[in-house]
Design a protein around this ligand. Structure first.
Ligand SMILES: [Zn+2]
Length: 203
């Protein structure tokens, strides 16, 4: 099994443990049996009486992982990230933890990115939308799964000749109600924005 296939398998197994309520994965509140917790650097710093700068690494200002006994605490930078980038960064760090990486080389980075891609855009779910004609372009993946255009453009061509495993078929069954709701729910046409931050509410 290649490192990418292994990352995909681990992401599918993690998704199978979740209560699936939406096609959009929430990487901030995954059930990881209490072994991974996610918080913002700013909130955590406030709670422990420290400054956010105390937790921001020089080489990565997106996310930092604190390793504690039997627990990984993923802290993301609330201030500088777009919603899709925040989601990806947290999913990427969960990937490092699930793949049991002990260093941050190019191979580990690639595997953590493959994990994040599988976690945020489960191929079997995206393929279903593709087959139903709901997805036509990479941009559609952004809106549906809350990922960046870069992540969508990487994933989209991979969906075209992809065959799901038996475990992924099982995952598809779990997603079925959420998929049906997405396909047949009320149609609200939202304009596409590069960043998924909420626009200010105008009254
Ligand atoms: Zn990394």
């Amino acid at each position: 099994m290649s490192p990418t296939e292994r990352a995909n398998l681990l992401a599918v197994k993690l998704l199978l443990r979740q209560q699936i309520r939406s096609v959009r994965t929430d990487p901030f509140h995954l059930d990881c049996s209490g072994t991974i917790l996610v918080d913002s650097i700013q909130h955590y710093a406030h709670c422990v009486g420290a400054q956010p700068e105390d937790f921001l690494a020089q080489n990565s200002r997106d996310c930092v992982v604190l390793q504690m006994p039997r627990l990984h605490l993923i802290l993301y930078n609330r201030d500088i990230l777009s919603s899709s980038r925040k989601r990806w960064s947290v999913a990427h760090e969960i990937g490092h933890i699930c793949c049991r990486h002990d260093c941050d080389g190019p191979a580990q980075e690639m595997q953590a990115n493959a994990f994040a891609s599988s976690l945020l855009i489960p191929s079997v779910v995206a393929r279903e939308f593709l087959q139903k004609g709901y997805l036509r372009r990479a941009e559609d993946l952004c809106a549906l799964f809350g990922v960046s255009m870069q992540a969508a453009q990487y994933k989209f061509p991979l969906l075209l000749d992809y065959q799901p495993s038996q475990l992924e078929q099982e995952l598809l069954l779990r997603y079925r109600p959420a998929i049906e709701e997405q396909l047949h729910g009320p149609i609200i046409d939202l304009p596409y924005h590069r960043s998924f931050e909420h626009s200010p509410l105008l009254l």
